[in-house]
Design a protein around this ligand. Structure first.
Ligand SMILES: Cc1cc2nc3c(=O)[nH]c(=O)nc-3n(C[C@H](O)[C@H](O)[C@H](O)COP(=O)(O)OP(=O)(O)OC[C@H]3O[C@@H](n4cnc5c(N)ncnc54)[C@H](O)[C@@H]3O)c2cc1C
Length: 467
């Protein structure tokens, strides 16, 4: 589905609070039921510009951290703004613990993997220790000279007369603040910055307002790997992943009396007696709707507790199972896909597209988690067999607003392409490219589309710590 500007119209200024109903600002029950019935005019106010900087990266998931580190290493004064209390996005706040499609990557992705190894934080090749990863990302930002601001939400965007993004406004415990930048990177995953700046975007399938489900991931303790091996996905000696997941789904049903909302539940082993469980799907919810996010979070939590209580009630290998931590944020697979100068398509994947401005080569399949539980609660490629394909730099440049780059899952692509390129082994090189490009554009006073890809590539190579 194509979306133009955000539906809500913003009343930007007004000396007094002209309240739609009852000038007290109180909302009646009827208005509560239909929130479009009343509006409030927010009084204009002076917001302090707390920083004027070269590059502002919004969102510090895998893409945003890589973007900020690359920009700072290229010599740009760089600010990284993150709403959570840690860096890493779905890697950490979402408890993901599994990096897909990192095997063929160089640059910052490989560097992160090497660093995880050095810190004894990489497990089974592509799993990782969540807590050590939080620290690693902070160390990388610190060493590169990135100025990090946690606990801060990007809440609005201001453009100049030439349609160029010039300021982001944030909300935090310090109040409303403004950051002025030369170039911005939207790495919010949900495309918040692009949408706030007025970019058009797509969401879900082209014919239906229906995107991939969210998942409430938890970490577990109280399990003995050797005794529950048949139910653990991704072990080196695993023969048939479908059978592993089927056995786990069977145990969940046996214990709790219901089929999990995700038909292929995944239990990963991490170190220190920790396991990660991804067994929940939340359907028909959007990552950019706070009510839906709230409902999905609470429903997901409730379902996972019921599953774990059910498993524990079986005794035996499950007798001590317990949830030790739940995510700061429910995992959002799909949100806004901001319109860029190029849209990566399902055809590009099927044809194994090659581009002169290739940021990286994705080797991951089309991975559509069912968007409709009445049809299926599993996943599949919906008949699209992807060959390794390139993600072009142009898909990282916002089409509708100047001075804005995109990185991670909010880049420009269609439903099927997103179902593949969104994984974190691609998000990191996308971030690295966006950050290096932003730094070059800022230094030379150009727009991102005016910087030749070959220059960006040279800059990435020059600053890379890994061949
Ligand atoms: C349940 C689930 C399972 C998955 N499984 C895998 C897997 O096994 N392996 C894999 O590699 N990938 C997997 N993925 C996909 C992958 O995790 C994401 O697509 C990936 O995180 C993309 O990285 P990102 O940096 O674009 O976004 P995110 O990780 O979502 O990071 C975005 C960051 O921006 C912040 N942010 C958002 N809005 C604002 C705002 N307004 N102001 C400030 N900060 C903001 C968020 O807090 C977050 O930290 C999975 C995703 C989900 C949800």
């Amino acid at each position: 589905m194509q979306h133009k500007l955000p539906r809500r119209s913003f009343l930007k200024s007004g000396a007094t609070a002209a309240l739609g109903a009852g000038l007290t600002g109180q909302v009646t029950a009827a208005q509560q039921a239909d929130r479009s019935a009343a509006t409030v005019r927010e009084p204009a106010r002076e917001i302090p510009i707390v920083e004027e900087i070269d590059v502002v990266v919004c969102g510090a998931g895998p893409a945003g951290v890589a973007a900020a580190v690359a920009a700072a290493r290229s010599g740009a004064k760089t600010r990284l703004i993150e709403v959570n209390g840690c860096l890493g996005g779905v890697w950490t706040a979402g408890l993901l613990s599994n990096i897909i499609d990192c095997g063929n990557k160089t640059g910052i992705m490989q560097e992160m993997l090497d660093e995880l190894d050095k810190r004894n934080a990489r497990i089974y090749g592509r799993k990782y220790d969540v807590e050590k990863t939080k620290l690693l990302l902070e160390d990388m930002c610190g060493e590169a000279g990135v100025r990090v601001r946690l606990h801060t939400r990007v809440a609005a965007a201001v453009k100049d007369d030439s349609n160029r993004l010039s300021i982001v406004l944030t909300e935090s415990k310090s109040g409303r603040e403004a950051y002025a930048g030369k170039v911005f990177v939207d790495a919010t995953g949900d495309g918040d910055l692009g949408a706030l700046a007025g970019c058009g975007f797509d969401y879900g399938r082209s014919d239906k307002d229906e995107g991939q489900p969210m998942s409430f991931i938890v970490q577990l303790v109280g399990l003995d790997l050797e005794r529950i091996r048949p139910f653990v996905s991704g072990l080196p000696d695993e023969k048939d992943w479908g059978a592993t997941k089927g056995r786990l789904a069977g145990e969940i049903k046996r214990g709790s009396g219901f089929d999990p909302s995700y038909a292929h539940p995944t239990l990963f082993h991490l170190n220190h007696g920790l396991f990660t469980l991804m067994a929940n799907h939340e359907y028909h919810v959007k990552g950019f709707d706070a009510d839906q996010l709230t409902e999905a979070t609470m429903r997901g939590r409730r379902e996972v507790h019921r599953m774990i209580d059910g498993l524990r009630s079986l005794g035996g290998v499950w007798k001590d199972i317990a949830i030790c931590v739940s995510p700061e944020r429910i995992g959002v697979r799909e949100s806004r896909r901001i319109h860029g100068l190029y849209q990566v398509t399902g055809d590009d994947l099927v044809n194994g597209a090659r581009f002169d401005d290739a940021v990286c080569r994705s080797t991951f399949s089309v991975d559509v988690h069912s968007t409709d539980p009445d049809t299926s609660k599993g996943l599949g490629n919906e008949g699209l067999r992807a060959k390794p394909y390139d993600i072009p730099y142009r898909a990282l440049i916002a089409r509708d607003v100047d001075g804005l780059l995109l990185a991670g899952r909010c880049i420009s692509g269609d439903f099927f392409a997103h179902a593949s390129y969104r994984v974190t082994g691609n998000a990191v090189p996308m971030g690295e490219a966006a950050g290096a490009a932003a730094a070059l554009a800022a230094r030379t006073n150009r727009l991102p589309q005016e910087v030749p890809w070959s220059d960006i590539q040279k800059s990435i190579e020059k600053n890379s710590k890994v061949a």
